[in-house]
Unconditional design. Structure first.
Lengths: 147, 380
């Protein structure tokens, strides 16, 4: 298990930067991990021109069947992507894809690394990221919660 | 010059600054800090590209293409366009000849029985090159050869014709032959950036006029000119002489006229000047070739190639250099695989027989095939 102390600029779940008293906010270690995980999960590979390798191959699954076989392929793709994320250790992540509606798959990613905040404390809650993936258009809907 | 920075360089520099000066401690892929820096860096790198173009095209030493043209225009200079290959009758280059009888018997003058005529518009070709005779050229009825002026149908350096390249004509008379005795060098491509840049750089000095740079620029601007030798005060104070060094055996007559006119526009009032060709040293050489095994004699085409090789070698000896016998032998041997050996039977320089040793030229001397001899370069 890796230890996470790095801090990033803080952003909202929709990606907007957080501003307080007219200044950008530096996020805590846990929030930084969550943002990083969201960035890799919500970005379609090739969609961010500055770093085309960022994200996972969501676009390749649009129009596919909502079947267990496709779910396994999605998990493989997600695993490959998270393996590229130099701010996350793959062994600290568990992820699964399952059927949640006729044409929609649900993706759950759970982060269980050791986070140490600047004040030396470690949050007790793990980061869990959930999102739905409609095969018709690939418009990912995000749900984030801490367990 | 401004050192150019790439997107990656700017990103790394920005991220290093963030790590050093703020509480931000991650710049990994997927981090907000890296995404922001990367976006800014790319715009900034684009600006560096624009800046680099603007700066390099703003200076004469680095400007190119259209921007160099603009710089030239500020001095009233425009880039020279491609020129056609051209040779005048006075150049004694394109030669029509017969091997027996007279030329006028085959090419009669339409009204004068004492003359023959090569009409304007006659086409002279060789490979993909095509030259057109530029006016009617009359010659005496007794002549066995005559020279004409002609111009290439196309423009650009590809129109240059090496000696012996032009071999056929459109006159429809089989036993009248044609050849270009020397290279035709006057064709040129459009002025390159490098050439135009040099001309602009000389302009500031030469625009003052009446100085060496102005004279040099005037001389070198003419086609077929490789260099010049300057001799100040050759006829006393307020005089100078320019000796024009051609790129081939001879300075084209057209170029001499152009040079005189150009210097006239730059030399100071009252200054006396002369433009001269180098001292042409006539040379004639006779070579006996030995064929390779299996041939009783070297075929005529290979002997022609050997003659051409000798002409080329002589044409490439610049003033001040030497005629090197071994180089002459090598040029002949390399001209054909069917020549195994050769004997230089005679070598005449300045119409005097010479022993076969290297012959150095003075700084204003140039070797040319002896025009007083019917066949100055003879390979048998």
């Amino acid at each position: 298990m890796a230890v996470y102390v790095a801090r990033d600029l803080e952003s909202e779940d929709d990606g907007d930067l957080t501003i307080e008293s007219g200044d950008l906010v530096v996020a805590g270690a846990q929030q930084s991990v969550r943002q990083n995980l969201m960035c890799w999960s919500m970005t379609t590979r090739g969609g961010f021109s500055f770093d085309p390798g960022l994200g996972w191959g969501a676009e390749g699954f649009i129009g596919r069947q909502n079947t267990p076989l496709v779910h396994r392929l999605m998990e493989e793709d997600l695993g490959y992507s998270y393996g590229q994320a130099d701010g996350l250790a793959l062994e600290d992540l568990t992820y699964s894809v399952s059927h949640i509606d006729r044409d929609v798959a649900g993706v759950t990613v759970r982060f269980a690394g050791l986070v140490v905040e600047p004040d030396g404390t470690s949050p007790s809650q793990a980061v869990v990221l959930g999102f739905s993936f409609p095969f018709s258009d690939g418009a990912i809907q995000l749900e984030v919660s801490d367990e | 010059m401004i050192p150019k920075k790439t997107t990656s360089q700017i990103t790394q520099q920005s991220l290093r600054g963030l790590l050093q000066d703020t509480d931000i401690t991650t710049t990994s892929r997927g981090s907000v800090a890296r995404a922001l820096c990367g976006s800014f860096a790319r715009s900034l790198a684009d600006m560096y590209d624009v800046l680099d173009d603007a700066v390099s095209n703003g200076f004469l030493t680095t400007a190119s293409g259209f921007y160099l043209d603009l710089l030239g225009e500020t001095f009233g200079l425009t880039r020279r366009l491609a020129t056609a290959g051209r040779t005048l009758r006075e150049d004694r280059n394109i030669r029509f000849f017969v091997r027996s009888g007279t030329l006028a018997r085959r090419l009669r003058h339409p009204t004068n029985l004492n003359l023959g005529r090569i009409p304007a518009g006659t086409t002279i070709t060789g490979g993909d090159l095509s030259y057109v005779v530029d006016e009617d050229y009359d010659f005496p009825a007794s002549a066995t050869e005559t020279f004409v002026g002609a111009q290439s149908t196309g423009r650009g350096a590809a129109q240059k014709a090496t000696a012996g390249r032009l071999v056929s004509h459109s006159l429809g008379v089989a036993d009248v032959f044609v050849e270009n005795v020397r290279d035709i060098e006057t064709a040129s491509d459009p002025e390159t950036d490098r050439e135009f840049r040099f001309r602009i750089s000389q302009y500031v000095t030469s625009s003052a006029g009446a100085n060496e740079a102005a004279v040099r620029l005037a001389v070198l601007s003419a086609p077929g000119v490789a260099d010049m030798i300057r001799q100040p005060h050759h006829a006393g104070a307020g005089s100078f002489r320019v000796i024009v060094i051609p790129t081939t055996n001879r300075v084209p007559v057209e170029s001499l006229a152009r040079i005189r006119s150009a210097i006239q526009g730059t030399a100071a009032f009252g200054v006396f000047f002369e433009v001269e060709e180098p001292r042409y040293i006539p040379v004639s050489v006779s070579v006996r070739t030995v064929p390779v095994r299996g041939f009783s004699a070297v075929p005529p085409a290979d002997r022609d190639a050997a003659e051409l090789a000798i002409l080329r070698y002589l044409g490439n000896i610049r003033p001040g250099e030497s005629l090197v016998i071994n180089q002459l032998r090598a040029a002949i041997l390399n001209s054909s695989p069917r020549i195994s050996d050769l004997v230089i039977q005679s070598l005449e320089i300045n119409r005097a027989p010479r022993v076969l040793v290297n012959h150095p030229l003075k700084d204003d001397e140039l070797l040319v095939p002896d025009e007083a001899v019917s066949n100055p370069i003879l390979v048998i």
